[in-house]
Design a binder for this molecule. Structure first.
Ligand code: GLY
Length: 260
């Protein structure tokens, strides 16, 4: 069973943090509608969707993935690289404490959950403007005793590692080879995005279904050609805030192992 923690879109979404995208006007009511449809998709796929406390004054609060990384054994509360995002953590920690023991990333480390890709025992951590060496060291200290291996990854062209590569099935990744070197992910096979859709590498695997942005039909065709079942969701407005489908939920697996 999956719990999916989400948070309502802030009315201030168009004041969000941005790194690689130009600021353009966001139709916030449409972003709210996209987010509702995303939650409905999670429900249709069997997830129990729970809303975190609303934070209307925090523009990026909807992007809950960045505030925690969840393993079977524990959850790690991050310290987001953008200072404006650090107040998002409190309600996440309060909610996750019901399901996992918590570890906390502490100053001087900064870590965005969007920079952490877990594939079984391998924990790939993107070096980014949000995630620093101290965070990689703290993650190693927390996870090494649990037999996870923390692997730093260089990437470019986008905000988070998971903008460049996501896990779509066991040992199967979706990636943009222009932004991250496939050879880093030894042991995994991969599907590449259509080169005309560079932002299409962010997907969310839930069970054996892949949630993927509707705007990228060419990459969706590649996923379907691999035999994957794809659930398209429209993220046109949310993506103007440098968001993908993975960053709008925190998935907690209850009773049974599901690779994150
Ligand atoms: N707007 C998403 C982020 O910068 O974290």
């Amino acid at each position: 069973m999956f719990l999916a923690y989400t948070r309502a879109v802030s009315p201030a979404l168009d004041e969000c943090e941005l790194t690689h995208l130009e600021r353009v006007a966001i139709d916030v009511p449409r972003a709210v509608a996209e987010h509702h449809a995303y939650e409905q998709t999670l429900r249709r796929l069997g997830a129990n969707v729970r809303r975190l406390r609303a934070t209307p004054d925090l523009p990026d609060g909807v992007f809950v993935e960045d505030t925690a990384v969840i393993f079977d054994e524990l959850a790690i509360i991050t310290r987001p690289g953008a200072e404006s995002r650090r107040a998002e953590r409190r309600s996440v920690a309060e909610s996750l404490a019901a399901h996992r023991s918590l570890e906390i990333i502490r100053e001087p480390a900064t870590l965005d959950g969007g920079d952490v890709l877990v594939d079984r025992e391998r924990v790939y951590v993107g070096r980014s403007s949000r995630t620093n060496e101290a965070a990689i060291a703290q993650l190693s200290t927390i996870l090494h005793p649990l037999d996870y291996r923390v692997i730093p990854v260089e990437f470019g062209g986008c905000l988070h590692l998971k903008s460049a590569v996501t896990r779509i099935a066991d040992r199967l990744l979706l990636l943009n080879p222009a932004w991250v070197q496939p050879s880093v992910f030894s042991g995994a096979t991969y599907v590449t995005v259509d080169p005309r859709e560079p932002h299409a590498a962010n997907a969310l695997a839930l069970g054996d279904v892949v949630i993927h942005p509707q705007q990228f039909p060419r990459t969706r065709a590649r996923l379907e050609a691999e035999g994957l079942r794809v659930e398209p969701v429209d993220t046109t407005e949310l993506s103007k805030a440098e968001a993908g489908v993975s960053c709008c939920s925190l998935i907690v697996t209850i009773g049974g192992r599901e690779p994150a």
